[in-house]
Design a binder for this molecule. Structure first.
Ligand SMILES: Nc1ncnc2c1ncn2[C@@H]1O[C@H](COP(=O)(O)OP(=O)(O)OP(=O)(O)O)[C@@H](O)[C@H]1O
Ligand SMILES: [Mg+2]
Length: 351
């Protein structure tokens, strides 16, 4: 999946890392009004020393709730904000010392500050930024047309509509198109699917996976959507309150918390089955948590089981259910989700 190609790169970043972040610190100073005339200085510690690496050709997700520090991190890596401590490098270039080199190799799309011209159309905006980035003539025209097409703006029929008339989803697409104008090695995207309808979000996710896995681009993406992180990211860093709590592939992270699995058994009871008794007997015989809810297809039994007892408890339960007059329709073992990981490591209830 990852590139084995070795590029000649500048600086000291390990050869297979596209982004390297070490002990990154950021504080915001704000002034809060207290009473009518007084303002009180307050320091917000947005990043409290974070470390992570993004490998070449991978999709790396920063996953965390509102205010976790995701946008702050990507802004620093994109050279749009100065850190107060630590460093970040992109393809070996330091984001502070060598900011202009960094800007040549990245494409950035931020969720909020997009800075397009409201009175220009989508196509005109892309042409303008393309020229600003040094593209011209046929090259510029081809690239703009390709991106308008790829990001679905032509299909939506809005390439020649004024930016001010764009919906949230259209703005998100145009922003990604602009980030891709120079066909950058490293793509940095803050909440790229925010505002997109489900089919568009899905198409965009597929597009990102293709960029990384077929064209070997590196993608750093922020999201608060666990489902999205699980679907597209090769690795994920869970960030909360300015700290990274855990890093790994979604599978690795889930295994970390896999003390328990959910065993779900879909049953169709006979008329003679005593349903209350059934749960009671199951609990007694398996000695694990057991609950039952009715489902359009029948009844769903849920047993919380330790991973090493899945097989044993499946066969005990199925035998018992047959004995109690139930027909077993389906047995499923459900893995923990990234949401379970988040709840476990932060002690919070999810986002
Ligand atoms: N310009 C600013 N001035 C003061 N505080 C800020 C500023 N920008 C961000 N913060 C604070 O820094 C912390 C991190 O914010 P950040 O925008 O990085 O979070 P986030 O993870 O992107 O959240 P969200 O999911 O809501 O976009 C928050 O406490 C936020 O209130
Ligand atoms: Mg943000």
């Amino acid at each position: 999946m990852y590139s084995t190609q070795i590029y000649a790169i500048h600086g000291e970043t390990a050869m297979d890392n596209a982004i390297e972040v070490r002990n990154l610190v950021k504080r915001y100073i704000t002034y809060e009004r207290k009473g009518f005339l007084t303002k009180v200085k307050r320091i917000v510690e947005a990043l409290k020393g974070i470390d992570f690496d993004v490998k070449r050709g991978e999709i790396f997700g920063l996953l965390g709730p509102n205010g976790a520090g995701k946008t702050t991190t990507v802004k620093i890596i994109s050279t749009l904000l100065l850190p107060d401590g630590g460093y970040a490098k992109v393809l070996g270039y330091d984001v502070v010392e060598e900011a202009s080199e960094v800007r040549k190799v990245i494409g950035v799309s931020l969720s909020v500050e997009r800075g397009f011209f409201w009175k220009l159309t989508g196509r005109e905006n892309l042409k303008y930024f393309g020229m600003l980035y040094g593209l011209d003539g046929e090259r510029l025209k081809k690239r703009v047309e390709y991106l308008l097409d790829k990001l679905g703006l032509k299909k939506l029929g809005v390439a020649d509509k004024l930016y001010e008339e764009y919906s949230l989803g259209m703005k998100a697409r145009l922003s990604l198109a602009r980030a891709l104008l120079l066909d950058p090695e490293v793509l940095i995207l803050d909440e790229p699917t925010l505002g997109l309808d489900p089919p568009s979000a899905r198409a965009l996710r597929e597009f990102l996976v293709k960029l990384a896995h077929e064209f070997n681009k590196t993608v750093l993406v922020t999201t608060h959507n666990m489902f999205e992180a699980e679907m597209i990211c090769d690795r994920v860093a869970i960030i909360d309150e300015g700290r990274i709590l855990s890093i790994g592939s979604p599978r690795e992270l889930k295994l970390k918390v896999a003390d328990n699995m959910a065993l779900e058994i879909l049953i169709l009871p006979s008329v003679a089955t005593n349903l209350d008794k059934l749960v009671e007997v199951l609990r007694e015989k398996t000695d694990v948590t057991c609950s039952m809810i009715s489902d359009v297809n029948g009844y769903r039994l849920k047993l919380i089981v330790p991973p090493n007892r899945v097989e044993e408890l499946t066969s005990i339960s199925v035998r018992l259910l047959h004995k109690l007059g139930c027909s077993v329709r389906r047995v499923e073992v459900k893995e923990p989700t990234l949401e379970d990981v988040f709840i476990k490591i932060t002690g919070k209830k999810g986002f």
